[in-house]
Design a binder for this molecule. Sequence first.
Ligand code: 5RP
Length: 253
Amino acid sequence: MPITTLIIPVQRIIPVMDQKAQDLIAAKRAAGFKAADMIQDGMVVGLGTGSTVYYLIERLAERVRDGMQVSGIPTSFQTAIRAREAGIPLTTLDDHPVIDVAVDGADEVDPKLRLIKGRGAAHLREKCVAGAARQFIVVVDEQKMVKNLNAQVPVEVLPFAIMPVMAQLRELECEPVIREAVKKDGPVITDNGNFVVDCKFSAIKNPEKLEAAIAAIPGVVESGLFCGFTKKTTVIVGGIKKCTVIASPDIVT
Ligand code: 5RP
């Protein structure tokens, strides 16, 4: 057999990532890096969760290796593991009840800087950390910017109360679905030992009102609607060539 017939083109072994996927990674990376470069020496930083925060951690770790001092508060086991492996010193909300800044991703951002979060089921700790922060930096790619919030709203629920909570969520006119795990049979169990219910609303006309109504159901631990932080929020929208920074008018720079 001639030797050439044994050579298999690399593309047939390693699937080539399409241009759209590469651009998305570039956008997330740009946003994550930009946020990391806004962190100042000595800060206590809330570390969000997800694929955009992944790049924040990468760049922050580089800066720590270059001598910058920061302490991170992770919002999930995923982030704690990654930050520790990257060499970012970690601390807790017990030691720092008020922190300088939290950086996190989002699933949707509207023009008033209200968010839907929780694709990764980490929104409970993410909300606690964002709430403790003086500044909240949200890192997203352009696809996340929407006119009206419309994604499904994740709701973390105490397993004991799952059925009454589902019934009361239906009264808010949504279709609640218990999130199923992928590499485990049965429901997703959050880092806090709870279930997640994804709620698809036909329209979210008043996000603040909906966030309050969901929070009022006994057994709901937290929803992925983030409407209370707009005044301290800066959104970094990553693009392939540049990032756009949208700061709340209430933030004095
Ligand atoms: C996890 C989250 C994430 O921050 C959000 O889903 C965005 O993730 P990604 O940057 O991977 O798109 O809320 O619960």
